[in-house]
Design a protein around this ligand. Sequence first.
Ligand SMILES: Cc1cc2nc3c(=O)[nH]c(=O)nc-3n(C[C@H](O)[C@H](O)[C@H](O)COP(=O)(O)O)c2cc1C
Length: 327
Amino acid sequence: MKIGDIEIPHIPLLLAPMEDITDRSFRQVCKDFGADILYTEFIASEALIRNIDKSFKKLKIEESERPVGIQIYGHRIDAMVEAAKIAEEAKPDFIDINYGCPVKKIATRGAGSGMLRDIPKMMKMTKAIVDAVKLPVTVKTRLGWDSESLVIDQIAEELQDTGIQALTIHGRTRAQMYKGKSDWTLIKKVKDNPRIKIPIIGNGDITSGEEAKRAIDEFGVDGIMIGRATIGRPWIFKEVRHYLETGEILPPPTIEEKVEIARHHFNKSIEVKGDRTGFFEMRRHFAIYFKGLRDFKQLRLKLLTSLDVNEINDILDTIKEKYKMQH
Ligand SMILES: Cc1cc2nc3c(=O)[nH]c(=O)nc-3n(C[C@H](O)[C@H](O)[C@H](O)COP(=O)(O)O)c2cc1C
């Protein structure tokens, strides 16, 4: 698959952009497990053009992450063009536009998935960004605003004509938020359109190698993007790649291995985010890294409330010892 000059020799597995999840620390962990393409969390164009420090920090990427895209969102064309130029200065490999976020305060203002209610503006904005930057521009969106307006197969062609270099489709409508099941048949419809030349990346509900293989075989997508299933389970990229290559299911990591993955992720999170935020953002991952362990309540509580690096490391050592040889 090719996005501009970025060439991935096999069908790529992409880490979905996720706010408060896919920071530099988590991206690096996923990269280590074979994620082919990474994205930053989405960044508000209005915050970038106003120099808001927290948003500027999200632009930072490391060489080892490449290829990596910076994702931006917003409802004003001028602000989005300006933000795309600012993002370009951070030297990502591509710029991704978010036309999929369903969150009320974003979508009802016309940003994210809200743009699905104003297709002419979506095209105008996309073209303006493509024209303003030298880097490849990509788009991530949903099937449509609701089940009455499943516009994806029409807008895919129009988006391609603006000059974007790849399109990611999350197989849900805005109205569905994250409920129900992703409908990949509409993603296939886009892929089956002979006019579509750009890569189509499928997204929604992939949690295993078998599901990824089915998505590739049945729906013909050029890449698979994985979101929620990576949280507390970054090794999913290794599992999926192994299954695609061999048809075999890898056993999950042992608890000892999980502890070391979680520790590495935690150290990186503290390094990247600084103390408090680093701890807070790890909690969601920790909860899933060790989900399902028997008699884990006390340790879990400590792990999810501690604000002390040494204490977290002690808890991780205790988990390792107590659940030795388990998965
Ligand atoms: C906590 C969370 C944060 C998200 N943040 C973003 C975001 O910043 N940008 C974006 O395009 N999508 C975002 N998404 C949507 C995901 O990228 C993805 O499209 C969605 O979760 C469906 O894929 P999945 O079923 O593999 O999780 C977010 C999803 C979640 C659960």
